[in-house]
Design a protein around this ligand. Sequence first.
Ligand code: ATP
Ligand code: MG
Length: 160
Amino acid sequence: KPIDLTTKLKQIVNDVEMEAEENGLRISLSSYSKPVITKVDARRITQVFINLLSNAIRYTPKGGMITVDIKEEVVDQHKVYTCVSVSDTGIGIPKEELPHLFDRFYRVEKARSRHTGGTGIGLSIAHQFVKAHGGFIDVVSQPDEGTTFTVYLPSEDLSE
Ligand code: ATP
Ligand code: MG
C-alpha cells in the first residue's frame, strides 16, 4: 500500500524529538511540503529511520544538531529516487571503517561503543530492507564533524 513519506517522516521526527532534547540535541525536518509517495512497508521503513535517528542521537555529543531532509533525485540520468538524509554533528566515522558499517554486529571502535549500548545490527537491518526494495544507503562522514546517511528508494512511477 503506497504511503506518503513526507507525512511519515514528520511523525517519526515528532516521536524522537523528546529523546533528542533529553540528550541536549536539536532536531529539525527541512520543510518539504510535497507528498512523496512510495510503495514500501510503512512499519519497516519507519524502523529504518528510527535506527538512523537513534544512531544520530547516540553518537552526537550534547549541543549537537540532527537534520532530516527529503527530496527526489535523478540517478544515472533516468532513475528517480526518493532520498531521505539524516545528518548529525556527531563523532563521525573513520574512513577505513566505512566499508564494514553495514555488516552484521559491526561496531566502530569497540571500546568506545561499549559505553553506549547497542549490538551493531541496526544498520545491517536497514541496509537489507532498503536493498530488498531496489534502493541503497549512502554514507558520508568526517571524524569529529559529523555523519550523513542517505536512504535512496526508487520513486513510484504512478503512470505504471
Ligand atoms: P544497534 O543499532 O544494534 O543498537 P549500533 O548502533 O552499535 O547498535 P549500528 O546501528 O548497526 O549498530 O551501527 C554500527 C556502528 O556504526 C555503531 O556501533 C557506530 O560505531 C557506528 N555509527 C552508526 N551511526 C553513526 C553515527 N551517526 N555517527 C557515528 N557513528 C555511527
Ligand atoms: Mg544503531
